[in-house]
Design a protein around this ligand. Sequence first.
Ligand SMILES: NC(=O)c1ccc[n+]([C@@H]2O[C@H](COP(=O)([O-])OP(=O)(O)OC[C@H]3O[C@@H](n4cnc5c(N)ncnc54)[C@H](O)[C@@H]3O)[C@@H](O)[C@H]2O)c1
Length: 245
Amino acid sequence: MKLKDKVIVLTGGSGLIGRALIDKIRQEGALCVNVDLATETNEEFTEVKCDVTDPLAIEGTIVAIIERFGRIDGLVNNAYPRTPDWGNRFEDVTYESWVRNMDMQLNSTFVFCQCVLSYMKGRSSGNIVNIASMYGVVAPDFTVYDGTGLTSPVAYSAIKGGLIHFTKYLASYFGPHGIRVNAVSPGGVFDSQHSIFVSNYERKVPLRRMAVPADMAGPVAFLLSDEASYITGQNLIVDGGWTIV
Ligand SMILES: NC(=O)c1ccc[n+]([C@@H]2O[C@H](COP(=O)([O-])OP(=O)(O)OC[C@H]3O[C@@H](n4cnc5c(N)ncnc54)[C@H](O)[C@@H]3O)[C@@H](O)[C@H]2O)c1
């Protein structure tokens, strides 16, 4: 029970990876609050409906969680808001779409971190895990999309690369206050993608399979826990070896 009695806030907990993260965090003994647009606020306040792209909604949610549970020990920024045209190839991405996705994904994480960190600073403890991506570390290998009509959005690389460096900035800035900030960068998670993409992907990745959501759960729980008490500013890449070849 490495997270016994901790209060952990996780965004996007109703999604593919988020569900596995919440299960693991709860198994490890924490009280985990899922903040997601796709959920309904419950009486126990372990599910909170909130749009993470709305700064006022974020602030209200953080205040309400602290009022209810007395503290926030950990925050996982995992939500994945994106525009309906997400996934367009480079030539077809409009300026408005680029700006909107930056705002929805990167700027919302800034607001969440700023709100929670001002509170954690007052207690001189706490830690944050930002869910980035291996595509924030290396460029996409576009050959895995051959024959599928799919691609990796250009904004994704910019957002996740920015998020990894934002993580390091926060770790350096808040280290003196006893606060740790790390990132976890998943590789591709299997979600019934196009079969050609899946076989291209499996051929390239050293572990020869796509990730499953539970692959991300142990690493996130570890970084949230006191077992990682001297780890900050790191990006833990959980990609089956994709980025080493
Ligand atoms: N799935 C992958 O292969 C993969 C790979 C690398 C990184 N990641 C990252 O992992 C994280 C989770 O991805 P996922 O695949 O589970 O995504 P997902 O789409 O399955 O889940 C995302 C969750 O975010 C919530 N959300 C969306 N907009 C929101 C908003 N405005 N306010 C609050 N909640 C909102 C959704 O309701 C959903 O529950 C993302 O940051 C993603 O970039 C995913």
